[in-house]
Design a protein. Structure first.
Length: 140
């Protein structure tokens, strides 16, 4: 089975910034001649994640509140204490829970997402960063 890899970067703001990448993933898929298979979206960072959400302003705000409550910023996290000047232990922990990749099946050169499902990158870090995204497509 052929494998096609597409890479792109995002300028992210940190602090649970959410960026919708569904259109970019679709463009990568449609640039191939593959008709059916799997698309994996992977973010190459430990303080960012990939997820599927209903991308609307209320859920974006709720997502930030959820993560702030679940794993709050705390200067006493061991990562912060053992690495002088670090303040992003909570960012790493959030990334561990959410994960760095998702896989979505496709047919007829289109993602099989549900009506409201969108692929997003979430940046949990404490400062702005450039994030590298890998889209790998395997199919026939």
């Amino acid at each position: 089975m052929p494998v096609v890899t597409h890479k792109f970067s995002l300028e992210m703001k940190g602090d649970t910034h959410i960026e919708n990448v569904t259109a970019e993933v679709r463009r990568a898929l449609q640039a191939t001649e593959l008709r059916a298979g799997l698309v994996t979206v992977f973010v190459k960072h430990t303080t960012a994640s990939v997820m599927i959400i209903e991308d609307e302003p209320g859920l974006r705000a709720d997502s930030k509140t959820f993560w702030d409550r679940l794993i709050p910023s705390d200067p006493l996290w061991q990562h912060n204490l053992r690495n002088f000047g670090e303040d992003n232990a909570h960012s790493h922990l959030r990334g561990q829970i959410q994960g760095s990749s998702i896989t979505v099946p496709f047919t007829d050169q289109d993602l099989t997402l549900g009506t409201w499902q969108e692929i997003v990158i979430v940046d949990f870090d404490t400062r702005a960063r450039t994030r590298e995204i890998i889209v790998q497509i395997i199919g026939e």
